[in-house]
Design a protein around this ligand. Structure first.
Ligand code: GTP
Ligand code: MG
Length: 230
C-alpha cells in the first residue's frame, strides 16, 4: 500500500476498555457520532504480539513486558475516510492461549474483519495460521475480510520465517499480507487501513448488489441507518 493510500483513512480518536485514555470509555463507547461501526478481531498464537499491535495502533505505545491476555479485550478507535465518513472500529484483542478458545471463538461470528497474526521469529506461530483460519471458517459467517500479518519485523536477526513464505501463504489464500512491528510501529497503521478499506469495498459491493447494508451495525436504537457508502 502506498503512503497516499494509507493517508486515506485517518484516525480521529481512540479509547480502550481499560479506561487509561483521557476520555472515559463509556463516553467514547456511547458516542454516536459515526456513520458505521466495524468489528475487527485480532487472532493468532499466544505471544505473537496481538495486544502490543493494538496498543501501538490505538495509543502509540509499546510495552516490552509480556502480559498474556485473559479471555478477550477490546479497544475503540474512530477513523475518517477520504469522503468524510466516520467509522468506529471496535477492535477485539483475543487471548491466543488454547484454554480461552471456547470463549474467544464466540466473538468471531459478527466480525467483519480479522487480522491473523504470526511472529516472524516463531515457526510454530506461522504453521498454526491455517488452524486459526479453520477456526474463522468454523465460527464466522464466512464473509469477513482477512489480512495476514507477520509481526516483530524489527527482530530481523531472530527471523525464522522468510518474508517470501508469508507472501506465498497470503497469495495462496487470497489475502493481503503485511510484515509489521508493534514495537517500531512499522506498517501497523497501514495494516489496519488496508483492512478497513477492504471492509468498505466489500460493503459497497454488497450495497450495489443487494441494495442492502448487510454487516453494518445500527447507529441508534433499533433503526438501521441507510447505507454506509465508504
Ligand atoms: N521486538 C518485538 N517484540 C514484540 C512485538 N510485538 C510484541 N512483542 C513482545 O512480544 C511479547 C508478547 O506480546 P503480546 O502482545 O502480549 O502477545 P499476544 O499475542 O497478545 O499474546 P496473548 O495475549 O497471550 O495471546 C511481549 O513481550 C511484547 O513486548 C514486536 O513487534 N517486536
Ligand atoms: Mg494479548
Amino acid at each position: 500500500m502506498t503512503a497516499e493510500e494509507a493517508s486515506v483513512i485517518q484516525p480521529v480518536s481512540t479509547n480502550s476498555k481499560d479506561g487509561k485514555d483521557a476520555s472515559p470509555p463509556c463516553a467514547e463507547y456511547s458516542d454516536m457520532n459515526f456513520d458505521c461501526m466495524f468489528k475487527i478481531l485480532l487472532i493468532g498464537n499466544s505471544g505473537v504480539g496481538k495486544t502490543s499491535f493494538l496498543l501501538q495502533y490505538c495509543d502509540n505505545k509499546f510495552n516490552p513486558a509480556f502480559v498474556s491476555t485473559v479471555g478477550i479485550d477490546f479497544k475503540v478507535k474512530t477513523v475518517v475516510t477520504q469522503d468524510k465518513k466516520r467509522i468506529k472500529l471496535q477492535v477485539w484483542d483475543t487471548a491466543g492461549q488454547e484454554r480461552y478458545k471456547i470463549i474467544t471463538t464466540q466473538y468471531y461470528r459478527h466480525a467483519m474483519g480479522f487480522l491473523v497474526m504470526y511472529d516472524i521469529t516463531n515457526e510454530t506461530s506461522f504453521l498454526d495460521v491455517r488452524n486459526w483460519l479453520g477456526q474463522v471458517q468454523q465460527h464466522s459467517f464466512g464473509t469477513a475480510q482477512i489480512i495476514l500479518v507477520g509481526n516483530k519485523s524489527d527482530l530481523e536477526d531472530q527471523r525464522v520465517v522468510p518474508v517470501q513464505r508469508g507472501k506465498d501463504l497470503a497469495d495462496e489464500l487470497g489475502y493481503e499480507f503485511f510484515e509489521a512491528s508493534a514495537k517500531t510501529a512499522s506498517e501497523v497503521q497501514n495494516t489496519f487501513t488496508a483492512l478497513v478499506s477492504a471492509i468498505c469495498m466489500q460493503m459497497s459491493e454488497t450495497v450495489n448488489t443487494f441494495g442492502d447494508t448487510t454487516g453494518t451495525v445500527p447507529l441508534s436504537n433499533n433503526k438501521v441507518e441507510p447505507s454506509c457508502s465508504c
